[in-house]
Design a binder for this molecule. Sequence first.
Ligand SMILES: [Zn+2]
Ligand SMILES: [Zn+2]
Length: 348
Amino acid sequence: MTTNVPAYAVPAANAPLERTTVPRRAVGEHDVLIEIKYAGICHSDIHQARDGWGEGIFPMVPGHEIAGIVTEVGPGVTKYAAGDRVGVGCFVDSCRRCAYCRQGLEQYCAEGMTGTYNALGRDGEPTYGGYSTHIVVDENYTVRIPDGLGLDVAAPLLCAGITLYSPLAHWNAGPGKSVAIVGLGGLGHMGVKIAHAMGAEVTVLSQTLRKEADGRRLGADHFHATGDPETFTKLAGTFDLVVSTVSAPLDLDAYLGLLRTGGTLVNVGAPEEPVSLNLFSVIGGRKTLAGSMIGGIAETQEMLDFCAEYGLGAEIELIDADRINEAYERVLRSDVRYRFVIDASTIR
Ligand SMILES: [Zn+2]
Ligand SMILES: [Zn+2]
């Protein structure tokens, strides 16, 4: 039997969010019921609420940066008990059988992962995200938030944190590596913190020098303005790894020019329009142009443990739920340092 729980939903594409209720399924054999304490606002919530990526399912309850407390577990649950601090990220299920799922790469599931919201679950019912008081999730798609991390600053790690951790780990950011993070927003600020904690030499490439003091405080060794054309000549051939978090189309040739021979440019930001490049930008210097999307469940747990060990939470602005619409406008203006997090106790 389903239970209706309070939530903030987008009733139709481009409409403002409003308070409502949405159904949550009964706690099944392997499910945990989570009382949501905090939910981060991700830029992709706004894309989907405004139907920027097409095929939205409405009403839509966004939110895939969820932190809370387990309040009930199904009879078959072995990993969690009531009272545990847990998180839920961008997906709540996958096929569990394909080669990727079996390798812990559920985000690349051959059948497609089941999004935490704006998706149809494997039971055919729409999924509703974290702007809500409660959620029911399979224990295998739930992660543990270590005691050392505040739930409020941990919430954004479930999307922003893992989106940066996964490529930084995959392409071996660490001592002796020169890493550039493009864009100092919700994603980028976690990239700086994580790359610095991994031991890499970190450079921020931001449109202007406006956020330089922040960037250095977060762990950047260097800070350069991409709005200054000299930056691209000055830094040519400098980096082993460049991770771009910006969703505006990049001048790929210019950014590939910043790589050392054998270097990699990874895009985690997603422009809506196709971008082009001159293939000589990768041929000379045997460079790689790559993409990366969040991380699997095991890697998300590894990221949370890493962030707890190094004391890395997100920099957040905590808001009440009745300010979500205003927060969306501010995110679109890049007027947030660096992530809005909703206090879910204000959703009731
Ligand atoms: Zn996200
Ligand atoms: Zn799969």
